[in-house]
Design a protein around this ligand. Structure first.
Ligand SMILES: [Zn+2]
Length: 417
């Protein structure tokens, strides 16, 4: 499991209603008259479980605590998931591409195992088709630009395999974009935002029709992306910095910039992203966990046992499981959705749970079956049903469609390698 938490601490389509005047035949079926009525989770980390733990998304085992299963998704009216393809940098250095391919394969394998209930999707039109057939729409988003190994050809190959967004960095600065996760680390080579190659990556993503995801990037990278992109951007899983001041969240200026760009901010659910008290508590706990891991590794070294990032991570996950702190109220998450809607506008907010990738989701949000509680809470705050549909997934699909359309106007390759 990815402990995004630790790094965050530091700091309807049965009738989708998207109106567009320049419709072409390829998308004629998605033209209707209002908002999408389909629920989208823009960021789910389950593929590591598929690949490493042999987790089956069709599982009905009540002991499975995963946020996602086919039953749970159906119970929560969750229609489309962007599965996060994340190659852990510390573990897969030297073969990020291979790990990325293996994770992509793990999602395809699940869809092949459950063809009656789940299908791979590559476009908004595909999502509509899946929804019409009563199947979970499975999409792919790469988390961390290191996956492309500094190669635009590899970026294109991942697009061809189905990746429809890429988070430019994870918590690690790569060779062409600065991350928010290692800003103060002097041993990391930073670039003051995007390099020239980084700008070429963004433009090539625009050309391909791959959404540019600014979650995890440094503030300077964010502004560089907004200056260069020719299509709307997304934040697949980030919350509000005005409410919880951590680098992984977006300031109000950033929220307004995403709105001007026509993009969408999918609010992340993790306790440390949405609640200050939890964040302080979790930070203290994080330090205790690091100390415990250090002690554990020291004992292993003394006993001549191997010490590896994998074993350390396993220990940390186990330790966190035994040292839980109280979860945040669901209200904290709703406050962030509300704030982003107020500042960026109702057309620029969505959901990116980051589930199965963080350890602490809000109370009453145990699995995707609980997603209707968000819908209900928003209705109780006097959001109209149409506005709630926008938040639950309509905005993400509108942006996806806009990115598909922008790509059609950009069909000259911008660079080779
Ligand atoms: Zn993340």
């Amino acid at each position: 499991m990815k402990t995004c938490l630790t790094l965050g601490l530091l700091f309807a389509l049965a009738c989708p209603h998207f109106k567009h005047p320049e419709s072409n035949s390829a998308n004629a079926s998605v033209e209707t008259d209002g908002t999408f009525d389909i629920t989208v989770d823009a960021h789910e980390d389950t593929p590591q479980r598929f690949l490493d733990d042999n987790y089956d998304v069709g599982s009905t085992d009540p002991r499975d605590t995963d946020f996602i299963s086919l039953d749970k998704a159906r119970a929560g009216h969750l229609d489309a998931i962007f599965f996060s393809i994340w190659a852990y940098p510390a573990k897969y250095k030297g073969h990020f591409g291979q790990r990325t391919l293996d994770l992509i394969d793990s999602v395809y394998s699940q869809a092949e195992r459950h063809p009656d209930r789940m299908m791979m999707c590559f476009s908004v039109e595909d999502i509509q088709r899946a929804h019409n057939q009563g199947k979970l729409a499975a999409l792919l988003g790469i988390e961390g630009g290191h996956s492309i190994e500094n190669d635009l050809g590899m970026l294109r190959d991942f697009y061809r395999l189905g990746a429809r967004y890429m988070t430019l960095t994870w918590n690690n600065t790569n060779e062409w974009a600065d991350s928010s996760g290692d800003t103060g680390e002097s041993d990391v080579v930073h670039h003051n935002g995007l390099t020239a190659f980084g700008r070429a990556v963004v433009l090539e993503m625009n050309r391909l029709g791959m959404m540019v995801d600014i979650s995890h990037v440094s503030d300077k990278t964010f502004w560089d992306v907004l200056a260069v992109t020719k299509a709307p951007v997304i934040a697949s899983h980030s919350s509000s910095r005005a409410l919880v001041d951590i680098p992984r969240n977006l300031s109000d200026d950033m929220l307004r910039a995403v709105a001007r760009n026509g993009g969408v901010v999918n609010v992340a659910f993790a306790g440390s992203f949405v609640d200050n008290d939890f964040n302080s508590e979790a930070y203290a706990q994080h330090l205790r966990m690091l100390a415990a891991a250090e002690e554990y590794n020291a004992k292993r070294r003394a006993a001549s046992l191997p010490v590896s990032p994998e074993e350390t991570q396993r220990f940390e996950v186990e330790w966190l499981g035994k040292n839980k702190i109280p979860r945040v109220p669901l209200k904290s998450l709703i406050d962030h959705i509300d704030h982003v809607a107020q500042v960026a506008g109702i057309d620029h907010v969505g959901l990116g749970s980051d589930s199965d990738g963080v350890d602490f989701l809000p109370q009453d949000m145990d699995s995707s079956a609980d997603l209707p509680k968000i819908r209900q809470a928003l209705l109780e705050r006097n959001y109209s049903p149409d506005d709630v549909n926008k938040i639950m997934g309509g905005n993400m699909l509108r942006v996806f469609l806009a990115v598909e359309r922008a790509s059609r106007g950009l069909q000259t390759p911008v660079n080779s390698r």
